[in-house]
Ligand binder design. Structure first.
Ligand SMILES: C[S@@+](CC[C@H](N)C(=O)[O-])C[C@H]1O[C@@H](n2cnc3c(N)ncnc32)[C@H](O)[C@@H]1O
Length: 332
């Protein structure tokens, strides 16, 4: 198996296909529909058929001779960045802000401050000693504790291979993402490779993110995928096997999913329905009324007619609708 240089912030899909056959196929899957994720942005429509906002992202669109390149926001042309701010409020948070907010989550979890690093202006100093746990808060509980980045873009709160705002690459020891922290803890507590892999899997299973736009979502998935390789290489000095990579890619394509967060459904799946007026049809004048999706009409999260997105609770090993979690919370 070839090895890819992972220090480039812009992961080339051709390189991914060449080095890790089958992985890109998995990273393009939408687990709710069983199809591929959608472009869900007009930015690529100029490339013609197959690049429409509503189309699935097919392999041929992003690999091979006539492929279009999917770039992280930081390397996209300025006019495209501006357009994406207007249409989807796309502004990515600088790494040092992600760090300070992630620190707040950990302050609450550990009951003490600055566990993983100490902020220093727009930077931070990484804690060099291993992270200390106790009997009431064990490292295994930390790895298993669930985290979600809503509207995740390229997932800068989960992983920090690069600063999403500036594009600067960050070495493993300086990373600040929620998944980075879990993988650090796994590295510090597991020396046996099987044990390390078991807990790395659990770390990936515990972090979630959703995003509307397909290109950002694919980049987020690639970022998590390369994060696994980065930590594996950091710990063991070699590249992981293809079987291990496939398993990780499958978890990522479940946990980092495409969703319209306003409806909890697959983008564009809410639809109008034709309703025949029974009274009118008595006279067979073909009167048909077009009714909008009830959830969209009433702005009610729980009555959309689109496809509600599925996620997975890995501890139960069962899929569930994301909206059902909100429903449960509402009825409490
Ligand atoms: C301000 S960016 C934040 C991205 C990332 N979380 C960060 O902090 O850098 C907002 C993201 O929300 C996404 N977004 C906008 N509307 C959305 C919706 N209805 N559902 C899901 N994601 C949406 C955009 O595509 C964009 O990636």
């Amino acid at each position: 198996m070839a090895d890819i240089i992972t220090k480039d912030i812009d992961i080339l899909e051709d390189g991914l296909l060449y080095c890790y056959p089958d992985i890109l196929k998995i990273l393009l899957k939408d687990k709710t529909t069983g199809k591929n994720i959608l472009w869900a942005t007009k930015d690529y429509e100029r490339n013609g058929e197959g690049f429409e906002e509503y189309a699935e992202i097919q392999m041929y669109c992003i690999t091979g001779l006539f492929a279009t390149e999917i770039q992280p926001r930081a390397t996209k042309p300025k006019e495209i960045q501006t357009m994406r701010i207007k249409t989807k409020a796309e502004v990515f948070t600088p790494c040092w802000i992600c760090n300070e907010q992630n620190n707040l989550i950990d302050d609450a979890w550990f009951g003490r401050k600055n566990v993983f690093n100490t902020p220093y202006g727009q930077s931070w100093v990484t804690t060099s000693d291993p992270i200390v746990f106790d009997d009431t808060r064990t490292w295994k509980q930390y790895v298993d504790s669930k985290r979600l980045e809503i509207t995740c873009g390229e997932a800068p709160y989960l992983v920090s291979r690069y600063d999403a705002a500036s594009g600067a690459y960050l070495p493993v020891l300086q990373r600040i993402g929620l998944l980075d922290r879990k993988l650090r803890v796994v590295c510090e507590n597991c020396n046996d490779e099987n044990e390390w892999y078991k807990w790395a899997i659990r770390a990936f299973q515990s972090v979630y993110g959703y995003e509307f736009q397909g290109d950002s979502l694919l980049i987020a998935r690639e970022n998590l995928f390369y994060t696994f390789i980065d930590y594996y290489k950091y710990k063991f000095g070699t590249a992981p096997s293809l079987d291990k990579l496939k398993k990780i890619a499958n978890i990522i394509s479940w946990n980092i999913w495409q969703m319209d967060g306003l409806t909890c459904t697959v983008p564009y799946s809410c639809h109008s329905v034709e309703v025949r007026d029974r009274q009118a049809s008595l006279f067979d004048d073909g009167t048909v009324e077009c009714k909008p999706c009830p959830g969209c009409e009433k702005n009610d999260m729980f009555s959309h007619n689109g496809i509600y997105c599925k996620i997975k609770d890995w501890r139960d090993n069962s899929p569930l609708l994301y909206v059902s979690i909100l429903q449960r919370r509402k009825s409490k």
